[in-house]
Write a protein that binds this ligand. Structure first.
Ligand SMILES: C[S@@+](CC[C@H](N)C(=O)[O-])C[C@H]1O[C@@H](n2cnc3c(N)ncnc32)[C@H](O)[C@@H]1O
Length: 439
């Protein structure tokens, strides 16, 4: 996501101890990973966060930093929610360029440039290669309508892209289809490369969340060798692909009901050479016929995946059980009581402030002391309480499905992204094992 004017969108950063800053900076510069639009920041716990180009960052880079560049350093991926623009970025921000070029062009058409038009310019956008995806809250004034379609060429040229699209809210129908209109260009297909994985999709038909990058990296580092996975909300393969390409999963059953996402998913499995290890189950996952098969189930739906919990329990291996990765948006209003599972609100995609840090633990259950400290600093009691309520509910479901007791255990709670006000997207790693028969 690009930033607009004085307001900055989140950036990915690598966090380490101050004494390693120079070595980290040199390495990141050499690898062309350093993000120069924002300043290196000192974190409240004394560590230092270096903004990086999140999409180009891979596990290999993190390993090299930790093991070769600065042995003994803590190397953690974070998102800075209110990053401070660098001096260079402040000198000529994309928004200043946009304002200058659009106002000049509008006045050239005999229209008076007004405070209303200025306030209606975009504040944020996503860049997908040569396509810029504008948010819904811009270009709403009536005057713009008379200036289309040439207006879009001016906007695209000011922001250095060939195609433009504009989105509305993510649709509440469960497909998470963004209402996206193409303003300039003849198709909405774009490509991203994350952690060495290629994702192609049509931005007008499928969603792509930049905020999931820390979770994609974590999933890639999970020890899944030989495992069978069920990805209940596969989308275009955001998690299916890292499970197959990096985590060593033997096979993934990928469920998805949006036909456009299924086209993209099929294509992405081929592009990354893993199509032979994945079966796509097109349709509503609540009607899935699979059972007694999974070592791990991914439930990547927000605000809540609760409707998928019964089927997740049903797909777990009856003899050995497995691990559930349950995504959820959890509210944490000071003074407000905890929401029970199932009552969370629809997602609102804007960042909370003041500055927050979301820390990514790269190895499930294997954090070093300093990493654990950073994690506990970022953990909220509401997350724990929600996780405990979810654990109880899942234990009940397992008992119902299998007619015998199961043991459940909260392995880890992973923050992914924050929405304002006070809503956090988290992932609960829940271990579920059948109780051994006694006597
Ligand atoms: C959050 S999106 C993309 C998933 C990806 N895991 C992520 O977090 O970026 C969730 C996906 O689940 C799909 N979905 C939602 N409910 C579903 C259901 N009941 N059955 C199958 N797919 C579903 C949507 O179409 C969407 O592509």
């Amino acid at each position: 996501m690009d930033r607009a004017g004085g307001k900055s969108a989140a950036v990915v950063a690598v966090v380490t101890e101050p004494r390693f800053t120079q070595r980290y900076r040199e390495y990141l510069e050499k690898q062309e990973l350093l993000e120069r639009q924002h300043r290196v920041e000192k974190m409240p716990d004394g560590t230092v966060a270096l903004p990086v180009l999140g999409e180009a960052l891979t596990e290999r880079h993190l390993r090299e930093l930790r093991n070769r560049v600065a042995p003994g350093s803590t190397c953690v991926v974070t998102q800075l929610l209110n990053p401070v623009p660098s001096k260079k970025a402040q000198a000529c921000s994309p928004v200043q360029r946009l304002r200058l070029e659009v106002s000049r062009w509008v006045e050239g058409r005999g229209v008076t440039w007004s405070a209303q038009l200025e306030a209606d310019l975009p504040r944020s956008w996503q860049r997908h290669g040569d396509l810029l995806l504008l948010s819904e809250d811009c270009f709403q004034a009536k005057q713009w309508r008379n200036l289309e379609p040439e207006l879009w060429e001016t906007v695209a040229s000011a922001l250095g892209v060939q195609r433009l699209a504009k989105r509305g809210r993510v649709s509440p129908d469960g497909t998470r289809t963004p209402a996206v209109n193409l303003l300039l260009g003849d198709h909405g297909w774009v490509e991203h490369v994350d952690n060495g994985i290629r994702y192609k999709f049509d931005v007008t038909q499928c969603m792509f969340s930049f905020g999931n990058i820390t979770e994609k990296l974590r999933v890639a580092s999970l020890p899944c060798a030989g495992e069978v996975l069920v990805d209940l909300y596969a989308g275009i393969g955001y998690f299916t692909l890292p499970f197959l390409v990096h985590a060593g999963a033997a096979f993934v059953h990928a469920c998805e009901w949006n036909p456009h996402a299924v086209v993209a998913l099929r294509n992405n499995l081929e592009l990354n050479g893993v199509a032979d290890r994945c079966q796509i189950h097109f349709g509503d996952n609540r009607k899935l016929k699979l059972s007694n098969i999974a070592d791990r189930v991914n439930l990547g739906l927000i605000p809540s995946s609760e409707e998928g919990w019964p089927i997740a329990c049903q797909t777990l291996r009856q003899d050995a059980g497995g691990i559930l990765h349950i995504h959820q948006n959890v509210e944490s209003f000071p003074g407000k009581t905890l929401q029970p599972p199932g009552s969370s609100e629809m997602e609102k995609e804007y960042w909370s402030s003041p500055q927050q840090m979301i820390t990514n633990q790269l190895k499930n259950g294997a954090a070093s002391d300093s990493r654990r400290k950073m994690l506990s600093a970022a953990t909220k009691p509401e997350w724990q309480r929600w996780a405990e309520a979810a654990e109880t509910r899942i234990a009940t479901l397992l008992q119902q499905v299998y007619g015998k007791p199961w043991k459940t255990q909260i392995l880890h709670i992973q923050p992914v992204k924050s929405y304002a006000p006070h809503v956090d997207h988290i992932v609960l790693d829940l271990e579920c094992r059948p109780c051994p028969l006694v006597g």
